[in-house]
Write a protein that binds this ligand. Structure first.
Ligand SMILES: Nc1ncnc2c1ncn2[C@@H]1O[C@H](COP(=O)(O)OP(=O)(O)OP(=O)(O)O)[C@@H](O)[C@H]1O
Length: 256
């Protein structure tokens, strides 16, 4: 068996008396797509924030590619190869779709981030930008101003920008949140293709179960900060405890 790319042991975060994440362990193998799911307040965001360095764990450890990264600041973690896609916060609205990816690639390749550099039209960067846009199905929109893209296409551009930094592990935060059903299907299909290419390892949080079951090789279910279950989509779909946790949530909502 290969070494996990990400290895998390007994990760815990408490806020006062609240155990937001309570002793959760997880291994992610290279090229795997793992989904992290759970009802509202399960601790998913806190778990993610600890991996990306936005929050320091109360206890437990996180190893990435064999090195301990527990408690490192976000910029160090990102430099080591973990990238997190936020909801369209990295996009330069006034630049074209292509230029947005070129800026990310230029920064990644350590070249001077000037418009002059962009204007010089470095062949390597142009080719790589087009290849990324093609992988995200955005090549026809390459010359559009990013600000006029649909919400779904902006989220795809955000993923292209994240991939431009050649991350070894990509954290996708609800990649289809706020999308129409058609956009959701399209984005799920594209991420599945990226995952199937074997070039990426994904850790995904998502509320939409059709997306989770369409994407994940393995699913970790959290509930009230703890690990409730872990398994293949099939195992999770049929797990009575998982059903109960989600049904319980619906019953609570119905009663309130
Ligand atoms: N900064 C904080 N201070 C205090 N409590 C917090 C803080 N962040 C999260 N919590 C609590 O920790 C628990 C887990 O929250 P978290 O946001 O991680 O859950 P989640 O699974 O991401 O939920 P959702 O699906 O609703 O986004 C909740 O009870 C929440 O109120």
């Amino acid at each position: 068996m290969t070494e996990p790319i990400l290895s998390i042991r007994d990760l815990t975060k408490t806020f006062g008396g609240v155990h937001a994440v309570d002793g959760v362990s997880l291994d992610v193998q290279p090229q795997e797509t793992v989904a992290l799911i759970g009802p509202n307040g399960a601790g998913k965001t806190t778990f993610y924030n600890m991996i990306s360095g936005r929050m320091t764990p109360t206890s437990g450890s996180i190893h990435f590619e064999g090195d301990e990264i527990t408690g490192l600041p976000p910029h160090r973690i990102s430099r080591l190869g973990i990238s997190r896609s936020f909801q369209i916060t990295n996009i330069f609205q006034e630049l074209s779709v292509r230029q947005n990816v070129e800026v990310a690639l230029t920064a990644f390749h350590g070249k001077a981030l000037s418009m002059l550099r962009l204007a010089s039209r470095d062949r390597e960067i142009i080719d790589e930008a087009y290849s990324l846009l093609e992988r995200l199905g955005l090549e026809a929109l390459a010359e559009q101003r990013a600000g006029v893209l649909s919400y779904g296409d902006k989220r795809l551009l955000e993923i292209a920008i994240v991939l431009a930094t050649r991350p070894h592990l990509v954290l996708l935060d609800e990649p289809t949140a706020g999308m129409t059903p058609e956009e959701t299907r399209h984005v799920t299909h594209l991420i599945r293709k990226l995952a199937d290419s074997g070039d990426y390892t994904f850790l995904v949080t998502e509320h939409d179960m059709s997306v989770v079951f369409g994407l994940a090789d393995r699913i970790l279910v959290m509930h009230r900060g703890q690990r409730l279950a872990e398994g293949t989509p099939e195992e999770i779909r049929n797990d009575p405890e998982v059903k109960r946790a989600y049904l319980g949530e619906e019953e609570e909502e119905a009663a309130s």
